[in-house]
Write a protein that binds this ligand. Sequence first.
Ligand SMILES: Cc1ncc(C[n+]2csc(CCOP(=O)(O)OP(=O)(O)O)c2C)c(N)n1
Ligand SMILES: [Mg+2]
Length: 582
Amino acid sequence: MAKQTIKVDSAAEAYLRLLADRGVDYLFGNAGTDFATIIEALSKAALGEAIAPTPVTVPHENVAVAMAHGYYLATGRPQAVMLHVTVGTANGICGIMNASRDNVPVIFTAGRSPITEGDLPGARSIYIHWAQEMYDQGGMVRELVKWDYELRNGEQLETVVDRALTVAMSAPRGPIYLTLPREVLAHNPGSFTFDSPSRRNAAAPSAPDPNAIETAAAWLAGAENPLIIASSYGLQPGAVEALGDLAETYALPVVVYRPRVLCLPTDHPMHAGFEPAALLKDADVVLTLDSDVPWIPNLHKLRPDAKVIQIAADPMYSDIPIRGFPCDLAITADTALAVKALADAMAGVKARKNGAADSRRKRAADNSAKGAEARKATVAQVGTGGPMQLPWVGHCLNQVIGKNDVVVNESQVPLHFLRPNEPGSYFANSPAAGLGWCSGAALGIKLARRDKRVFAVMGDGSYMFGNPTPAHFVSASMDLPLLTLILNNKMWGAVRKATLGLHPDGAASRMNRSPLTMIDPSPEYEKVVLASGGYGERVDTAEALPKAIDRALKAVEVDKRPAVLNVMTAYDDAQALADAKR
Ligand SMILES: Cc1ncc(C[n+]2csc(CCOP(=O)(O)OP(=O)(O)O)c2C)c(N)n1
Ligand SMILES: [Mg+2]
């Protein structure tokens, strides 16, 4: 195995070299006094005198974490985020909760206030070095990370960095937290010897238990009305195709519920839409794939005698305190491997002979034809006037989105109108739903895939949660032009919907503007991006949207400027309540 020895001026320099050696391309940073030696080492790298990940200045921590999140979604490789001690960590926790619940590995790091008050290099030198220290800095994030550790000295650097990366990347994947004390970073070991490539690798994906797969195959083959529900499935290469083959070969309808990635092309013949209720009530065997919440028990009814199979890297979802979905068979596995194993096993099992598969295929084709008719009728109704309906926004996006596009979604845009089809072309926010993810995630995806057009679609609330000024700053400073669509209903619509859902005839229902729900008067969001040299436009009517999208795309593609469309959308209580009951 190859050992390398390099001359270094500090442990910080050795640390950054290791990150770069291990495939970390970027360090998303929001700096403070703890960064002194990191900045020194990055400066050496900028001058060509050292090797380090490329630093990206991100003026809000949540944007930084979301960028690492997005970059991983696009590449499958974790990136590093470094924040300022306790206070920066506190600001980044919402993003880490999103990553954690979505099994997204992020190398989440922060400085640690210096602990010595004397003359050691890095020792306390500024008044904040006292008050910013906490007894248990890692405790702030411990519940959300797979591993947290404080680097004690330069000697253990390689073990610590490799452990951070391999723990984060072993299934179920997730963020880790590493704190880096100022004195330790500032220590000068003179030289640094390390293995390159690393001698420590993340665990290989786990294959499912063959007996469990045989049982699952027998249940599915013997079912009259089998149903697959997928949510976070589809990131592994070939996963989408494997599910498509399985579903098609055995006529298994697939409901894609609250997807965070593209699980199955929307046009796939067995794609059964985005809502489980209609099929769940008759299903006799339900297979869930990477689905923390496959349905909502008090809205969607499962047949009492239905058998439920859950497959995930951790089908218990043991980091979620309470989760009681029936589970007759839980299979721990890399889900893509499990789907392939299931397809093999089903080939050897006798299917029911009563024509059930044929009738499922026919039902799927009928439903899909009915769906297309219904969509056509809706589109004909919503194509004029303003504020516009969300199906129209979905439809207009569908008209422009091609094979080279990625949609990053933190909005209520209806997916059966948006209809993403390409693996890797659709990403949505984590089930933790810490709002403000979309802008940063879209930037991270664009950074990883500059060849793609990236659409960031979010509500007006999400836009503000996403720290628009920092996000547009990064967009401009790193040449990452996005097309941002703000679906602006001038409110936190989901909050009003939840209030009326619980109190349908209450006081809030008798007011159009209930407290703590309105963001009105609405800021002129289209102007915020102008401050970063971008293109902004407000879109008031449905008719105006297609051309506005064309103009914004021209700004993004030809002029390479970030573009924001402030799209005025309608909110309707009756519709919101109907949506809430689906
Ligand atoms: C960080 C964070 N704060 C608060 C919430 C609670 N919350 C859930 S949905 C929502 C409203 C979102 O508003 P907007 O993005 O405008 O979408 P709309 O519901 O209007 O479609 C809020 C505030 C949250 N999920 N995350
Ligand atoms: Mg809103």
